[in-house]
Ligand binder design. Structure first.
Ligand SMILES: NC(=O)c1ccc[n+]([C@@H]2O[C@H](COP(=O)([O-])OP(=O)(O)OC[C@H]3O[C@@H](n4cnc5c(N)ncnc54)[C@H](OP(=O)(O)O)[C@@H]3O)[C@@H](O)[C@H]2O)c1
Length: 341
């Protein structure tokens, strides 16, 4: 690591990358380079980069953004935050190989279980660290990135000491950071919670509306129960979600809506317009991460000679929607139930 000012790069400047990168820029704690697509470079140069916080009033606009479309811009970074979708990790890592300094730290801020492993395979000289973004960000027009739920960034410290300068920089950027020794149980928990992303994408409604519908919650609880059974059968441990065991979470999902409203409201602040990133991907006619979420439950079941029919069916339905290229099929909960049974 260089001895001067910390230089943090974001590869895959999109919802997560621009939000986290934008916070770092706004705090002034580090030099930041965002690497992403030309259309976003154009939007940022026209409008600046705006971060909209949960309370809507807190707008942080940073106009002096270093934005590159060429990954070569990562060559001078001390730390690179990998924020591409899971399906793009291998190509992105291959692009970064030979560009990054050997002592550069690479941090995966992605969902799923295998991104850090993929990064390590392509970047054997670099120190690759797993992290979890436990909040939601949506991209709006004119380079506005809106945070729509509360939650921390969780970072694995097993491979290096706690409180590294880049971790301190994230904290100085007013991001809540939780450091854990082993991240796999947290990643499984995030994945199990994210099983609802596919339902949100297939329903085509805001996340809050979905969570407040007892019928959609029933489908989500079925996927979660199946996931938990598969993990148990394979001897894989998942962490609690914000202090709540996932079996209890499943029980809560099945309760009447007024009770859920009380319990979830206390656990999680959520903008009424929040949608999962899988829902946004379907709307934008892009491939989703369903294989890296529900698909992992199916794979784990197969590896232990079991089946996960509900999650398998959900993977198929999302792929059908991707191939149809017409956005969300907007399935109501009853139709969804019929299609997965
Ligand atoms: N959004 C959220 O709220 C949220 C929350 C928690 C975790 N996550 C996870 O964070 C990861 C990123 O999600 P996201 O929603 O931020 O994705 P996103 O908005 O799609 O941003 C990723 C951006 O990176 C670009 N990109 C892909 N490969 C690139 C490359 N080699 N060089 C430069 N740019 C590249 C993509 O362009 P193309 O589309 O043209 O490929 C896209 O614009 C995912 O694993 C997601 O599951 C997201």
């Amino acid at each position: 690591m260089s001895h001067g000012r910390l230089h943090i790069g974001v590869i895959g400047a999109g919802a997560v990358g621009c939000y986290v990168g934008g916070r770092l820029v706004a705090s002034g704690v580090a030099d930041v380079t965002l690497v992403g697509r030309q259309w976003l470079a154009d939007a940022i140069s026209a409008h600046g980069l705006t971060l909209r916080e949960l309370d809507h009033d807190d707008l942080v606009a940073a106009n002096d953004i270093r934005f590159a479309v060429d990954p070569q811009a990562g060559s001078t970074c001390d730390v690179v935050l990998c924020c591409v979708k899971s399906g793009a990790t291998a190509d992105t890592a291959a692009q970064l190989a030979g560009i990054l300094r050997p002592d550069a730290i690479v941090v995966s801020l992605q969902n799923g279980l295998r991104n850090a492993e993929t990064l390590r395979a392509h970047l054997p000289q670099n120190h690759v660290i797993d992290a979890i973004v436990d909040f939601n960000v949506i991209m709006r027009d004119h380079a506005v990135f809106q945070r729509t739920t509360s939650g921390p960034l969780t970072i694995e410290t097993r491979r290096e000491p706690k409180h590294q300068p880049w971790v301190n920089a994230l904290r100085a950027a007013e991001l809540e950071v939780v450091e854990v020794d082993a991240i796999e149980p947290e990643q499984w928990t995030k994945l199990l919670i994210n099983l609802n992303n596919a339902i949100n994408a297939l329903a085509g409604i805001p996340t809050r509306e979905m969570i407040l519908s007892r019928q959609y919650r029933k489908v989500i609880a079925m996927l979660l129960d199946e996931g938990l059974d598969v993990l148990e059968g394979a001897g894989v441990r998942a962490a609690k979600f914000r202090g709540v065991p996932l079996r209890v979470m499943s029980f809560i999902l099945k309760l009447p809506t007024p009770i859920v409203r009380l319990v979830i409201g206390a656990q999680l602040r959520m903008d009424p317009e929040a949608r999962t990133s899988m829902s946004q991907d379907l709307e934008r006619r892009r491939l989703t991460e369903v294989d890296f979420l529900n698909g992992e439950i199916v794979s784990l079941a197969e590896a232990s000679s079991r089946d996960a029919p509900l999650n398998r069916r959900i993977v198929e339905l999302v792929h059908e929607a991707e191939h149809a290229g017409a956005g969300s099929p907007q399935l109501d909960a009853e139709t969804l139930l019929e299609r997965i049974r």
